[in-house]
Design a protein around this ligand. Sequence first.
Ligand code: NAP
Length: 369
Amino acid sequence: MRSLPIGRRVVVSELGETPEDGIEHHTALEDQPPPDPATLSPRDVLVVIKSASVGWVDLLMTSGQYQHVPEPPYTPGLEYAGVVAWAGAEVTGLAVDQPVLVDGFRAGPRSLGAYQKQGGFASFAVVPAEAVLPIPGALTFDQACNLLGNYETAYHALVTRGRLREGETVLIHGASGSTGLAAVHLAKLLGAKVIATGRSAAKLAVVKEQGADHVVSCKGEGEAVRPFREEVKALTGGAGVDVVYDGVGGDVSLESLRCVKFGARFLIVGWASTPYVARGKGQRGAPNANVLPTNLIMMKGLDVLGCPAVISTVHDPSLRPPRLRQILQWASEGKVSPHVSHVFPLERFREAMLAKWRGEVIGGCVLHP
Ligand SMILES: NC(=O)c1ccc[n+]([C@@H]2O[C@H](COP(=O)([O-])OP(=O)(O)OC[C@H]3O[C@@H](n4cnc5c(N)ncnc54)[C@H](OP(=O)(O)O)[C@@H]3O)[C@@H](O)[C@H]2O)c1
């Protein structure tokens, strides 16, 4: 192994009461000594990290308010991309200096095995060979670390669960977000009409540039949700939408129930507007969980579908290979191209995480170690 200088990594030393508490008080930068090759397995790969995505889940994890709780101390960064610096004797098909992305299902804080501490907010990471994929097509490192989690979530929701078809109309909430913008891209690829909602005119203008057919503001007074049912109904000739992709939750979900067709599919993807469904410091329970009215679900004949991309795959591993193949193929053909609005050097990780938390980002937010 060529010698590497001492690096740096971000470490969450204990879980916060909230993500802001976790980010501001329990997360710090420390030195990262390069690993000793004698301690690595012949199936390991050492990746020098160029770009790490700052995801919503990275924020929630700092307070243990995400369903999967890595034990501190750990390094955040579910998804990252970089170059191979060293590969063990049993690793085939990877060359030193090759640009790669790391699969967050198999290494890093969202993975289940022995490589959970190998997060991407760091100079390097040791990951198993099966977690390493060549970067497809012309994607940059910044785009590559925003590919799998976002597009797999969108694919799982729209294709596997939502059965979205060409010519249908989908209402996408949180469309300026990482998974929401991926959903806009995929829905357009599938030939659907996209109505995208959001709270900021400036961000919605970018969402429209990125392919949404129509954008609708859901920003009311203060934190209130602006009623959008009439606007959505008008855009669908009075019929309502076939599918709702809901990554926002709260009053946005409730308003959506008033502008769906009979028999629509309602995809529950997340709840960015109501993130505290578990208590801080990793305590369980769901004191503020979202609630949907059963009368409207029944009268409108809705299919309400939970869409957890990772958990579904744990229950049914056969879901993932075709999804992964399709996304990598689309990326290699240039048909999906993640949008990244914010890039920060690693030492400004706190600013990056808080920018994401405050909803300032459009699509991806990236750290450069
Ligand atoms: N189902 C799955 O497998 C899966 C996978 C990944 C993430 N998720 C979940 O999906 C949701 C979205 O994730 P993401 O990665 O797309 O997040 P993100 O990049 O932060 O985007 C969330 C978007 O929601 C909108 N939003 C509306 N109200 C908000 C509020 N009060 N606070 C913050 N944002 C608000 C924002 O758009 P505007 O500012 O334009 O309104 C923001 O761009 C999260 O709940 C996440 O946990 C689910």
